[in-house]
Design a protein around this ligand. Structure first.
Ligand code: MG
Length: 324
């Protein structure tokens, strides 16, 4: 699956994997992708009778797949065949060709049609010609992406889904605390906040970014920040924590995971942080490749209680929600 695949296109691959699994196939073939397209977008074939071609076996229902007991039989990672990889690659190209920013099921159909010689012969006999596929792509690209394209061609990154379930939502929690000392810069969410004290730490001590990083790693089941960016490694001495987030970002997309939302709270007695939130959200959004509206920030004091309340430390908590 690819980074810019939308929900339906991802589900097409999911169904294809499930069908291949049910049929005990050793790889996901374009015919299985076709089954996924039929399942996800039956309206594509409203005027076309594909017969038994690429039909999802009737006993394979979503309810069955979502049942943990039966889902286990589809959890084995069945690889994409060479032709299917090609089909998905062509799907990405088709989305750009037809002016859509995201790759949808209809583009996968284009890919399947052009990647598999047998299907390319068989489909026109069932009423689905190259011209018809092209017309569907034009129609549905316009429908799916009414805003048209920005003209930006982004690289396609292949990934392996972490879950056999079609689309799952995963949450992770992150927490960080740093002592504060005078004469150090206070970096929070990638920006410098004017203050007389700053965090003591191996990197820039950005508690907000560290908590978000841990929340993302947690949601992806990838351990924690210490495992990936150990403070014993001189490479990370004084490093901008934005680098941590930029490093985690492809680790998520490689697993077909997309950041849905991040919510975080910074706990500090001083300074006042609210006015700096727009800049922090913009910096975090840039590092993570998401919209600023997907990041919510809050600030709390500790009411003068304990080390944070005495201004000796600063902390942050974050919750990240991923979809994939
Ligand atoms: Mg830290």
């Amino acid at each position: 699956m690819f980074e810019h695949f939308d929900e339906k296109a991802r589900r097409v691959v999911f169904w294809a994997r499930a069908v291949a699994g049910l049929l005990d196939e050793s790889s996901i073939r374009p015919l299985h992708l076709l089954a996924g397209i039929r399942k996800e977008m039956p309206r594509l074939f409203k005027k076309v009778d594909l017969g038994s071609l690429g039909r999802v076996p009737p006993r394979l229902s979503e309810a069955e797949l979502r049942n943990p007991a039966s889902a286990s039989k589809f959890s084995t990672a069945i690889p994409l065949s060479k032709e299917s990889k090609k089909a998905l690659e062509l799907a990405g190209q088709a989305s750009r060709k037809f002016g859509s920013e995201t790759t949808s099921a209809v583009h996968v159909l284009w890919g399947v049609f052009h990647a598999d010689a047998k299907l390319r012969k068989a489909l026109p006999k069932k009423g689905l010609t190259e011209k018809a596929v092209e017309a569907l792509c034009r129609q549905f690209s316009a429908f799916e992406a009414p805003g048209g394209t920005s003209g930006v061609i982004r690289p396609i990154v292949s990934c392996t889904p972490v879950s056999a379930v079609a689309t799952s939502s995963r949450s992770g929690i992150g927490y960080d605390l740093h002592r504060l000392a005078e004469g150090r810069k206070l970096i929070l969410g990638g920006i410098e906040v004017p203050f007389e004290k700053g965090p003591v730490g191996h990197s820039d001590g950005d508690v907000l970014s560290h908590a978000i990083c841990d929340a993302l790693l947690g949601a992806a089941g990838l351990g924690d920040i210490g495992t990936h960016f150990p403070d014993t490694d001189p490479k990370w001495k004084g490093a901008s924590s934005m680098v941590f987030l930029e490093t985690v970002r492809p680790m998520l997309s490689e697993r077909c995971l997309r950041i849905a939302h991040i919510d975080a709270v910074i706990i500090a007695e001083k300074p006042q942080l609210g006015p700096h939130f727009p800049a922090m959200r913009a910096a975090l959004a840039k590092a993570l490749g998401v919209g600023a509206e997907q990041i919510n920030l809050k600030a709390k004091t500790n009411e003068g209680v304990d080390a944070i309340g005495r201004g000796e430390a600063i902390a942050a908590q974050a919750v990240a929600t991923l979809e994939g």
